[in-house]
Design a protein around this ligand. Sequence first.
Ligand SMILES: [Zn+2]
Length: 394
Amino acid sequence: MNLKAFTNANVIDVLQAKIEQDVTILVENGKISAMGARLPLPKAAEVFNLQHAYVCPGLFNVHVHCTKTGAGDQSLEQFSEAQRTILAINNLETYIRDGVTFIRDVGCQGMLAFDLRDAVRDGSIRVAPDMLVCGRGITMTGGSSYMSAIEADGVDECRKAARQMLKAGADWIKLFATGGVCTPNGIPGAVQLDVEEMAVVVREAHKVGVKVCVHAENPQGICNSLRAGVDCIEHGDGIDDETLELFKQTGAWFVPTLASAFDIVSGAGKGVPEEFVQKALELAEASIGNFRKAFDAGVPCACGTDCGTPFCFHTSSSKEPVIMVERCGLTPFEALRAATFDSARLLGVDQELGSIELGKKAHFAVYKNNPIEDIRHLLQCDMAIKNGEILWKR
Ligand SMILES: [Zn+2]
């Protein structure tokens, strides 16, 4: 039996919105077996004194592209498969240093994400967050991300593409309902896959309990996706009364990816194609009010940043809750809950992750300074723990 005791922890309870002080957390074989103040220390326990640091559930980033670089102009990059693999493994380590212990990859180059996920799961890649993956997205011919996604037109091809990804082991399926910022000549306001094309994919995925997420950057695209029965809208620009009503009727989730538009804009003049900067500029400020509207209406929201896109580096995860507080007016507890427990709910892993509770896996992000006092303290993680093992320490 492997028994560890983390002492003198200030535990951030994202469910009750409070901090428990001077807590000892016992971790037995990677799971929390006891916790409380003045807990007697078992002799067999290996003791780690956290010295009154703040212990948050490990962060989630539910919208990443771990095989991409975040470089300004990625069309200039030519990687061999081995180089791409090395890059992705390094990116995974970067998430850990940001306190992120769980990611969902929503579109990668080739089939690499499946092997990465499996290698993390069996422990052959150790310093990495747990992962769920989509594999390649499904887009129309010439549609968003056609450079890496499967191009499929009509109901039959969409069904085939969905079955191919399910066969490969996709945990989620990713679709594209509209144009996008980072596809050359893509128009975020233009509708792409039709309702019937998306509906057949949803049907195939749901047959085997797999959920579907959709890139949608205008109201019509969101409506089409929700009518097709998808489970989660990504980006979701232009949410209006009609889309809100559909969100409520379907119970679909929303991942606003607030950080990426600002990151793309920050790359102006530094290698990000001017076309991408202009499109991101139009969406960035509007995305703030857009998210606030959905959040206030009770749409369930999770945290994802779209890292891997231009200037949205793999260190960006903790920026999302910071933007939710500083620009959207959420409380630090609300933003942290979105980045932990609510994201775990979206991914269906909230029984074992997302909060610090008895029986759950010991995935923690540890901060010297209190992120509830100042959410910016999230930007400097001091220690990351997964399954009770310290994977990284500043
Ligand atoms: Zn994306």
